[in-house]
Design a protein around this ligand. Structure first.
Ligand SMILES: C[S@@+](CC[C@H](N)C(=O)[O-])C[C@H]1O[C@@H](n2cnc3c(N)ncnc32)[C@H](O)[C@@H]1O
Length: 228
């Protein structure tokens, strides 16, 4: 990484840079999942996890009168393992298999490639924006998605609020520092005075945006589930 000019990034921008920078990003370089990677998630420990989700989807879909068409959207599909097992499970239930539009919303091009490799014989649509989803009943799945989104941090000292930043002027010696901030902007994002009784606030602006977008879809009488 070359850092010639002054580079100060808020914590969420720094995390986003670390995860998704085209050259150095954690999710851009390789497959971090599984025994040969850095960590294991529930779908990669046992197929039972995804099979149980599949059975829940089938029974819920039936309880709604088995709509002829519905979307199943996975947010942040990692190495594609959960989607693979869901589809394999649905193959024992042809009516739901034929009714389901399988959709993945994934940020990392590297992981999309891995997902496409694993799911090459399956009919799946990859979408970059949630507003591209067809307006029919929809189920959202998100395993370890919301907790993987970058966060911002704020602290109060002597009645003043500060936001955490990272300085990257010297690539060999990055360091954290705090910058005075107007906390009212954060209160406005929350829609209430969160700062009133707090000395420390940590939240994900991206997570907020997703919840807002998903809430709009749910309000139109669509359904969803989030697993974490
Ligand atoms: C911790 S991994 C979990 C992967 C998978 N759900 C599992 O349980 O194995 C987080 C996933 O969310 C994806 N992701 C993170 N932020 C995203 C965003 N803003 N839009 C789409 N995908 C995102 C990551 O690239 C990664 O695939």
């Amino acid at each position: 990484m070359k850092t010639k000019k002054k580079i100060n990034l808020s914590l969420d921008k720094f995390i986003d840079f670390c995860l998704y920078n085209k050259k150095f990003g954690y999710y851009m370089k390789r497959n971090p999942f599984g025994a040969k990677g850095d960590f294991v998630t529930a779908p990669n420990i046992s197929r039972l996890f995804s099979e149980m989700i599949a059975i829940w989807i089938i029974s819920f879909w039936r309880s709604l009168g088995s709509p002829k068409k519905f979307n199943l959207i996975e947010l942040g599909a990692g190495n594609g393992e959960m989607m693979k097992i869901l589809i394999e499970s649905f193959q024992n239930f042809p009516s739901i298999l034929n009714s389901c539009n399988f959709i993945i919303h994934e940020k990392s091009p590297r992981l999309i490639k891995i997902q496409k490799g694993k799911l090459k014989k399956k009919k799946i649509i990859w979408i970059s924006k949630l507003n591209k989803i067809k307006k029919i009943p929809s189920i959202f799945l998100a395993n370890e998605f919301f907790d993987a989104l970058p966060i911002r941090q704020f602290k109060k000292e002597n009645n003043l609020w500060f936001e955490k930043f990272v300085n990257l002027d010297n690539k060999k010696k990055p360091f954290y520092f705090y910058k005075k901030t107007n906390i009212k902007n954060v209160d406005r994002n929350f829609g209430f005075m969160i700062s009133k009784k707090q000395d420390f606030i940590e939240y994900s602006e991206q997570g907020f945006c997703y919840i807002k977008d998903l809430s709009k879809i749910i309000k139109k009488k669509f359904w969803w589930i989030i697993i974490n």
